[in-house]
Design a protein around this ligand. Structure first.
Ligand code: M6D
Length: 382
C-alpha cells in the first residue's frame, strides 16, 4: 500500500519549498495582481487578459498557506491580489462609496482595465472565499466589509428558493457550479464569524439535495426553474461530484447533520460515470456514463484525491491507500512539471499533455489539497 505519511510529506515539502515560492514570485505582476498563466518554462504571459476570479483565488490561496505556516510571503501576496481585485474589478468605484455595490467585473486587461464588465456570480464566490480566509488568517477587517457588500450585490440576483441567477446580465442555462463555490464560501465565512453565512450555506445544501443531485448523478445545467436544461441537462462533470464530497464533509462538521450517504453516493457516481481507462477521472460525461470529453484537467484529479482523503479520515481504510496513490501519481505527472513548482494542466486519454500553459487559477485547488492531506495524515496519526 502506498503510504499516506510519505505521500503527504512529499506533497507538503514540494508546496513549501518549491510551489508557493515559485508562484508568489514568478506569477506576481508588478502592474497589479497575478498573471493569468505562465508558459511551460515558467515565464509570465504578460499580455494575456486576467479573469477576475483568479485574483481572489490567489488572495485565498496565499492567506490559507500563511495560516498553515507554510509561507512568509502569504500576507504580501494575498494583499497584492486582493488590492488589485478591489481596485481594478470595480469599474464605478461603488465599493468605496456609500451607495449600493454593483458587483465585480468579469475580465480585466493585464494592466487592470475592465475588458468584460459582465457580473458573473461564480466570480463573486471567490471574493467571498478570499474575504473569509483573509479574516481567518490575518484578522483583516476590510475583508468583512467587502464580504458584506458582495453579499449585498448577490442578494440583488438572489431568488426566493435560495439560488442565485448566473449574474448580470442574467444568462441561461443556470449552473450548479457557482452555487457549489458559494456553498464553500458561505461555510468559510461562517468559520470567519459572519452572521447569517451558515443559513445561506444551508439554503444551497437544500438546492443540492432537491435540484442538483438527482439521486444518481449531479446535474450541471438547468433551466430558469432549476429543472434540468433541455439541451445540456444530461452533461455531468465527475470532478464536481468529488468536489461536493469534500464540501459535504465540511458541512457535516458545521451542522452535525450526517452526510455519509450522500458523500458515498457522489463518490461512487463520479467513478461510475467518469473513470478513464488509466485510473484518472475524465473531464466530462453523460449521466449514463458515456464519455463526452476524455481529457483530464489537474483540478479533477485534485478533487478526487481530496474526496478520498476525507473518506479516509472518516474511517474508510481502503481510501487511505487510494488517496496516497492519487497524490503520488500527481507528484509524478501533473505536479512539478513542466517547470519546478508548476503543473501540467491537462492530459488526453493517451496520457499526452495537451495544455499549453500553466493557469494560475489552479493554485487554489493545490493549496486546498495539501491542507487536506496534512490534516488527514495528522488526524490518522500518519
Ligand atoms: O476553470 P478554472 O477557472 O481554471 O477553474 C478550475 C475549476 O475549478 C473547479 O472548482 C470548478 O469550479 C471548475 O468548474 C473549474 O473549471
Amino acid at each position: 500500500m502506498t503510504d499516506l505519511s510519505a505521500a503527504n510529506a512529499r506533497l507538503k515539502s514540494w508546496m513549501i519549498e518549491t510551489c508557493l515560492p515559485m508562484w508568489s514570485r514568478r506569477a506576481r505582476d508588478h502592474r497589479g495582481g497575478f498573471y493569468e498563466a505562465l508558459t511551460p518554462d515558467g515565464a509570465p504571459l504578460m499580455d494575456r487578459n486576467k479573469r477576475f476570479r483568479v485574483q481572489p483565488r490567489q488572495a485565498y490561496a496565499f492567506a490559507h498557506a500563511e495560516h498553515l505556516g507554510w509561507t512568509e510571503q502569504g500576507r504580501s501576496a494575498s494583499d497584492h491580489a486582493f488590492a488589485f481585485a478591489l481596485e481594478a474589478g470595480t469599474d464605478d468605484h461603488s465599493l468605496a462609496g456609500d451607495g449600493t455595490f454593483t458587483g465585480f467585473a468579469h475580465v480585466l486587461s493585464p494592466e487592470g482595465a475592465v475588458v468584460d464588465a459582465k457580473r458573473d456570480t461564480y466570480d463573486h464566490a471567490f471574493v467571498l472565499l478570499a474575504c473569509a480566509w483573509r479574516g481567518i488568517a490575518f484578522g483583516d477587517a476590510q475583508s468583512r466589509e467587502v464580504a458584506e457588500r458582495t453579499i449585498g450585490f448577490l442578494d440583488t440576483i438572489g431568488q426566493p428558493d435560495g439560488s442565485y441567477l448566473e449574474g448580470k446580465p442574467d444568462a441561461l442555462p443556470r449552473r450548479q457550479n457557482p452555487h457549489m463555490h458559494l456553498f464553500e464560501a458561505f461555510m468559510a465565512l461562517h468559520r470567519a464569524g459572519l452572521d447569517g453565512a451558515l443559513d445561506r450555506a444551508k439554503a444551497i445544501h437544500r438546492l443540492f439535495t432537491e435540484r442538483f443531485w438527482d439521486g444518481e448523478v449531479l446535474r450541471e445545467f438547468f433551466a430558469e426553474d432549476l429543472t434540468p436544461d433541455p439541451e445540456r441537462g444530461d452533461v455531468i462533470e465527475p470532478g464536481h461530484m468529488v468536489e461536493w464530497v469534500w464540501l459535504l464533509d465540511a458541512y457535516e462538521e458545521l451542522t452535525g447533520e450526517d452526510q455519509s450517504a450522500l458523500m458515498h453516493a457522489l463518490y461512487e457516481a463520479a467513478e461510475r460515470t467518469g473513470m478513464g481507462h488509466d485510473g484518472w477521472l475524465i473531464d466530462e460525461a453523460k449521466a449514463d456514463g458515456t464519455p463526452l470529453r476524455t481529457t483530464r484537467r489537474s483540478w479533477v484529479a485534485i478533487e478526487h484525491a481530496k474526496a478520498s482523503l476525507v473518506l479516509a479520515r472518516r474511517g474508510e481504510t481502503a481510501m487511505e491507500g487510494k488517496a496516497a496513490r492519487l497524490i503520488d501519481g500527481m507528484l509524478g505527472s501533473y505536479f512539478d512539471a513542466p517547470f519546478p513548482g508548476g503543473w501540467n494542466e491537462q492530459y488526453d486519454a493517451d496520457g499526452r499533455v495537451v495544455s499549453e500553459d500553466m493557469p494560475t487559477s489552479i493554485l487554489y485547488h493545490v493549496v486546498s489539497l495539501a491542507a487536506e492531506a496534512d490534516r488527514t495524515a495528522t488526524a490518522l496519526g500518519r
